[in-house]
Design a protein around this ligand. Structure first.
Ligand code: FDA
Length: 384
C-alpha cells in the first residue's frame, strides 16, 4: 500500500505527527509493535497524565544543542495543547509547579489523540513488527507499506518491559545520522554500603534542595531500599555524571535554627530540635548517623554550626542509577545537528524525520517531555 507518510511509533509524538499530517490531507500510516497505542501516556502521571507544564521554556530541556528545541516549542505551545484538551472536554487541574494533569484518566488523552487521528483518516496498525526498512527511489518501505516520508517516533529504551526499544537509534545510524550516547534520565540513584543505614527510613518523603552537575531543584526527596528517589532527585539525575556527588539541603538556615532551639530549650535533645523541622523518622536516622550529642545546652555553638553546615549540604556518592528499568526518560539520542529544528527532517536524508524522545532533547520532570513529544510531532506533521 502507498501512503504519503509512514510514522513508526504510536506514542505521543507519533500520534501527534500523524493526526497533524492526516488532518492536512496526507495519507498516513502509523506502525507499532505494541498491542495498544500510547502505552506510556496511559501509565504517566500516576494514571492521570501530566500532559504539559505552564512553565515550558527551552531552558527546561537538556540537549547537546540547547537551542534546537526552541523553534518547535514556540510553534506548538502548552497553550495549544491545552486548547486541544479543552476542545475534547477533558477536565484538568494544575497540581504544582505548573504541572497540568487530567482530573479523570490518562486514557482520555489517548482517546483524544486517536479521535483526532480518525478525523485525519490516519490508519494505525498495532502489533506489527517493523522488520527491514527499505529505501530506494525516494521511497521508504516498511512492513509491506511504502511512502516518500518516514517519521521515526519510537521513543527511547527506558522501561523496556513496556516494549520500549532503541530501534530509532539503529534506524538513524543506518541512514548515517549520529546518535548522542543515550543514558537513563529522571531516574533514582543507587547508594552503597556506606549509606545502608538510610534504608531504615525508605519511603519517608521530605522537602529538599538536591544539587548535582551544576543544577539544583527544590522538591521532595526520599530514601529507598536501593538509594535515593523523589522528584528533586529525578530532576538532578538528568544532569549527574557517574562518580559525581549529589548534595541535599535537608534544612535551610540549619545552624540558625539549631542555635535558636538551644536558646529556647537548652535541655531538649538535638534530635527533638531536628524533628521540629524534619519528619521524625528522618530526624532519628540523622541523629544516629551523625552521632549527635544529646542535649542542646551541652553542645557548643561551633558544633551546632558544623552540624548546620552538614544539613545544608549533605553529600552522597551514588554508586549508579536504577537504569533504564526505572528511568522515566532517556537522555541523549538522535543528534539534533543532523536535523532541521523547524521540520525535524534529516538534513542529509530527504523524507526522513525524527521526533519525540528518540531525539537528543530531554525535558525536566513535570509534563515537559510530553510537551516536547507534542511540539516535535506537530513540527514534523506539518512538514510531511
Ligand atoms: P513513546 O515511548 O511514548 O512511544 C514510542 C512508541 O514506539 C511506543 O508506542 C512503542 O511501542 C513503539 N516502539 C518502540 N520500539 C518499537 C519497535 N522496535 N517496533 C515497533 N514499535 C516500537 N512525561 C511527561 O511529560 N509527563 C508525565 O506525566 C510522564 N510520566 C511518565 C511516567 C512513566 C512511568 C514513564 C516511563 C515516562 C513518563 N513520561 C512523562 C515521559 C513520557 O512518557 C515520554 O517522554 C513520552 O512518552 C515520549 O513520547 P514518544 O512518542 O517520543 O515515545
Amino acid at each position: 500500500m502507498d501512503y504519503d507518510a509512514i510514522v513508526l511509533g504510536a506514542g505521543g509524538a507519533g500520534l501527534m505527527a500523524a493526526l497533524t499530517a492526516g488532518q492536512a490531507g496526507a495519507r498516513v500510516l502509523v506502525l507499532d509493535h505494541a498491542e495498544k497505542a500510547g502505552k506510556k501516556i496511559l501509565i504517566s502521571g500516576g494514571g492521570r497524565c501530566n500532559f504539559t507544564n505552564m512553565g515550558v521554556e527551552p531552558g527546561c530541556y537538556l540537549s547537546a544543542n540547547p537551542h534546537f528545541a526552541k523553534s518547535a516549542l514556540s510553534r506548538y505551545t502548552q497553550w495549544d495543547f491545552l486548547d486541544l484538551v479543552q476542545r475534547h472536554g477533558i477536565a484538568w487541574h494544575e497540581k504544582t509547579l505548573g504541572q497540568l494533569f487530567c482530573d479523570g484518566s490518562a486514557r482520555q488523552i489517548v482517546a483524544m489523540l486517536l479521535d483526532e487521528c480518525a478525523r485525519g483518516g490516519v490508519e494505525i496498525r498495532l502489533e506489527t513488527p517493523l522488520g527491514e526498512i527499505g529505501h530506494a527511489d525516494g521511497r521508504f518501505r516498511v512492513a509491506g507499506a511504502s511512502a516518500p516520508r518516514l517519521v521515526l517516533a519510537t521513543g527511547g529504551p527506558s522501561i523496556p518491559r513496556m516494549g520500549a526499544s532503541g530501534i530509532a537509534y539503529d534506524i538513524a545510524r543506518r541512514f548515517g545520522l549520529n546518535v548522542v550516547p543515550p543514558r537513563p534520565a529522571l531516574v533514582p540513584f543507587t547508594l552503597g554500603e556506606a549509606d545502608a543505614d538510610l534504608k531504615a527510613i525508605s519511603g519517608v518523603a521530605f522537602p529538599a534542595v538536591a544539587s548535582a552537575g551544576g543544577v539544583s531543584f527544590e522538591e521532595a526527596a526520599l530514601f529507598t531500599h536501593r538509594g535515593l528517589s523523589g522528584p528533586a532527585i529525578l530532576q538532578v539525575s538528568s544532569y549527574w555524571s557517574p562518580g559525581e556527588p549529589v548534595r541535599l539541603r535537608l534544612l535551610p538556615d540549619a545552624a540558625a535554627k539549631l542555635r535558636e532551639a538551644k536558646r529556647r530549650a537548652p535541655r531538649a535533645h538535638l534530635k527533638a530540635a531536628l524533628a521540629e523541622h524534619l519528619p521524625r523518622r528522618l530526624a532519628d536516622a540523622l541523629a544516629a548517623r551523625l552521632a549527635l550529642p544529646q542535649e542542646l545546652g551541652n553542645t557548643p555553638d561551633a558544633a551546632l554550626d558544623a552540624l548546620g553546615a552538614e544539613l545544608e549540604a549533605m553529600e552522597f556518592r551514588p554508586t549508579g542509577t536504577e537504569g533504564y528499568a526505572k528511568a522515566e526518560v532517556t537522555a541523549g539520542g538522535i543528534d539534533t545537528d543532523g536535523l532541521s529544528s523547524k521540520t525535524m527532517e534529516a538534513k542529509a536524508v530527504p523524507g526522513l524525520y525524527a521526533i519525540g524522545e528518540a531525539v537528543d532533547v530531554t525535558g525536566w520532570l513535570g509534563g515537559y517531555n510530553f510537551q516536547w513529544a507534542w511540539a516535535s510531532g506537530v513540527a514534523a506533521g506539518r512538514a510531511v
